[in-house]
Design a protein around this ligand. Structure first.
Ligand code: NAI
Length: 341
C-alpha cells in the first residue's frame, strides 16, 4: 500500500523539471512518526515536529483525518518531508524506517474521570501500535503519551518482550508535561521566569504518583509548608484543572504537544550524540524496587543511557514517595496482566 501522499502537486512540479525535488529538499535528519496524529495532541505536535530542524521525514498516522492534517502541515516551508497514513492497513508503511515513534493515540479524559478510567480503550490501542513497532521499526525510540502512562508503558514493554525486540533503553513514558507545569507554577510563586526554573518530577503520571521534588528546585530556593502543599497539589492536579476547564471537550492538548515536542527534541539530540541531555521520564528503572519509575534520565545515542539517582528527599517527599509507589505498583501490574492474561 502506498502512503496517502500529500505531495501530488510537489511530485508533479518536480516532474515538470525532470528533477526529484523531494530527494533534493530532504535535509539530513531523523525520521519521526506520530501515531494518533489527527487528534487534539497529535495535530499541534505534528506542527511542532515539522518545525524541528532535526526531523527530515515526518509520518502522520491516525485512523481518521490524516489526509487533511498532512496536506495542511505539508505546506509549511520547513525541511521535514511529511507523509500521511490512514487506518490500520497503512500502519506498517507509517512505521518502516522510523528513528522515533511518538504515541498520542487514544481517548482523553472527561470531567470526573481518572486516567485509569481510560485503560480499557487505550490499552488495546497501545498494544496494536506497539505490535506494529516491533515488526517494522524495532530499533526506534518510542515515546508513550497515551494514558494511563503508568500502565501503557508496561503494556508496551510486554508487547516488545513477546516479540523479542524489547530494549528498555528505547521505551520512554512522556511525563514532561508534569515538569513543564511544575516549572510554570513554581515560577509563578517565586516570581521567576519559568524558563529559568527546573523542578524534578518523579514517580509516575497520575494523581499522587506525580511527585515534584520541591527540595531540589533549580535555582535553589525554599518554600513555606503552605507553599509546598499548594504547589504539590496543583502540579498533581494540573491535568484535572484543564479537563474541568474544557468541560467535556477533552484534556490538555496544546501544553501537552509543547511538552511532547520538547521531550522528542531531547530524544533526537541524544540520538545525534549531544552530551548532557537530561529529562525526567517514566522508564524501566532500578531506582526503586518497582520495575518502572519516572526520574531524571540521561539521553544518548541508544536512548536512556543512565538513570540518575533521586537525590536526597525530605520527609514530605519520602511520605509522598511511599504513596506514589503503592499506586504505581498496582498500575504496573494492571498493564502487565493485560498482555499476559
Ligand atoms: P484525541 O481524542 O483528541 O486524539 C486521539 C487520536 O487518537 C484521535 O485522532 C484518534 O482518531 C486517534 N486514535 C484512536 N485510535 C487509534 C488507533 N488505533 N491508532 C491510531 N490512532 C488512533 O485525544 P488527545 O487529547 O489527543 O489525547 C490523546 C491521549 O493522550 C489520551 O490518552 C490522553 O489521556 C493522553 N494524554 C497524555 C498526557 C501525558 O502527559 N502523557 C497529557 C494529556 C493527554
Amino acid at each position: 500500500l502506498s502512503p496517502a501522499s500529500s505531495h501530488p502537486q510537489m511530485e508533479e512540479a518536480s516532474l515538470l523539471r525532470g528533477s526529484n525535488c523531494r530527494a533534493k529538499g530532504a535535509a539530513p535528519g531523523f525520521k519521526v512518526a506520530i501515531l494518533g496524529a489527527a487528534g487534539g495532541i497529535g495535530q499541534p505536535l505534528a506542527l511542532l515536529m515539522k518545525m524541528n530542524p532535526l526531523v527530515s521525514v515526518l509520518h502522520l498516522y491516525d485512523v481518521v483525518n490524516t489526509p487533511g492534517v498532512t496536506a495542511d502541515i505539508s505546506h509549511m516551508n520547513t525541511g521535514a518531508v511529511v507523509r500521511g497514513f490512514l487506518g490500520q492497513p497503512q500502519l506498517e508503511n507509517a512505521l518502516t524506517g522510523m528513528d522515533l515513534v511518538i504515541i498520542p493515540a487514544g481517548v482523553p479524559r472527561k470531567p470526573g474521570m481518572t486516567r485509569d478510567d481510560l485503560f480499557n480503550i487505550n490499552a488495546g490501542i497501545v498494544r496494536t501500535l506497539c505490535e506494529g513497532i516491533a515488526k517494522c521499526c524495532p530499533k526506534a525510540i518510542v515515546n508513550v503519551i497515551s494514558n494511563p502512562v503508568n500502565s501503557t508503558v508496561p503494556i508496551a514493554a510486554e508487547v516488545f518482550k513477546k516479540a523479542g525486540t524489547y530494549d528498555p533503553k528505547r521505551l520512554l513514558g512522556v511525563t514532561t508535561l508534569d515538569v513543564v507545569r511544575a516549572n510554570t507554577f513554581v515560577g509563578e510563586v517565586l516570581g521567576l521566569d519559568p524558563r529559568e526554573v527546573n523542578v524534578p518530577v518523579i514517580g509516575g503520571h497520575a494523581g499522587v504518583t506525580i511527585l515534584p521534588l520541591l527540595s531540589q528546585v533549580n535555582p535553589a530556593c525554599s518554600f513555606t509548608p503552605e507553599e509546598v502543599n499548594h504547589l504539590t497539589s496543583r502540579i498533581q492536579n494540573g491535568g484535572t484543572e484543564v479537563v474541568e476547564a474544557k468541560a467535556g471537550a477533552g484534556s490538555a492538548t496544546l501544553s501537552m504537544a509543547y511538552a511532547a515536542a520538547k521531550f522528542a527534541d531531547a530524544c533526537l539530540r541524544g540520538l545525534r550524540g549531544d552530551a548532557g541531555i537530561v529529562e525526567c521520564s517514566y522508564v524501566a528503572s532500578q531506582v526503586t524496587e518497582l520495575p518502572f519509575f519516572a526520574s531524571k534520565v540521561r539521553l544518548g545515542r541508544s536512548g536512556v543511557e543512565e538513570i540518575l539517582p533521586l537525590g536526597p528527599l525530605n520527609e514530605f517527599e519520602r511520605t509522598g514517595l511511599e504513596k506514589a509507589k503503592k499506586e504505581l505498583s498496582a498500575s504496573i501490574q494492571k498493564g502487565v496482566s493485560f498482555i499476559n492474561k
